[in-house]
Design a protein around this ligand. Structure first.
Ligand SMILES: [Zn+2]
Length: 161
């Protein structure tokens, strides 16, 4: 079974060689607790691969549908998460290279999954908390305590006469 995220790069052997690719593959279950890619959904991206001598640079963007659940009221809704990708595939023992070339292929799946998951909200909110809660009304009312200064003054003047 061949993953649609695996890209053959044998033709990108000379520095400056470049090719555009369109990638679509299954992304079900990607995400975090309250923001997940629904069953059957796919991530789709468009990238330019460029050979840089000791590896391949992948640049482009990828998008995926997600199903969000509000962390406060558990209301849920569908959304789309899209991120820009700019990453080097090469010798991953080198500093700054996180993704390895595997023979004459690169596997975009871990990269795309990582980047999309990072872009998903940890605490999705449908802004229900901004519509006014139960205890939002009496914050501005001054405390009612004692008599007004005018009443005190009146008592004072009455006592003088
Ligand atoms: Zn909510």
């Amino acid at each position: 079974m061949t993953s649609p995220f695996r890209i053959h790069i044998a033709d990108l052997s000379q520095t400056g060689d470049s090719r555009d690719v369109v990638v679509t593959g299954p992304a079900e279950g990607w995400g975090v607790e309250l923001s997940l890619v629904p069953a059957g959904a796919e991530a789709s991206g468009r990238f330019t691969l460029t050979a840089v001598g000791n590896g391949v640079v992948v640049r482009g963007s990828v998008a995926v549908p997600v199903h969000n659940t509000c962390y406060r009221c558990l209301e849920s809704w569908d959304d789309t998460v899209e991120v820009d990708i700019s990453e080097m595939f090469g010798d991953d023992t080198l500093e700054g290279v996180d993704y390895a070339v595997d023979g004459d292929e690169i596997d975009l799946e871990p990269l795309l999954r990582d980047e999309l998951t990072l872009a998903m909200p940890l605490q999705p909110s449908d802004e229900c908390d901004e519509l006014g809660g139960d205890d939002a009304s009496d914050q501005n009312a001054p405390p009612q305590r004692g008599e007004s200064p005018f009443a005190v003054l009146k008592d004072f003047l009455d006592g003088e006469s």
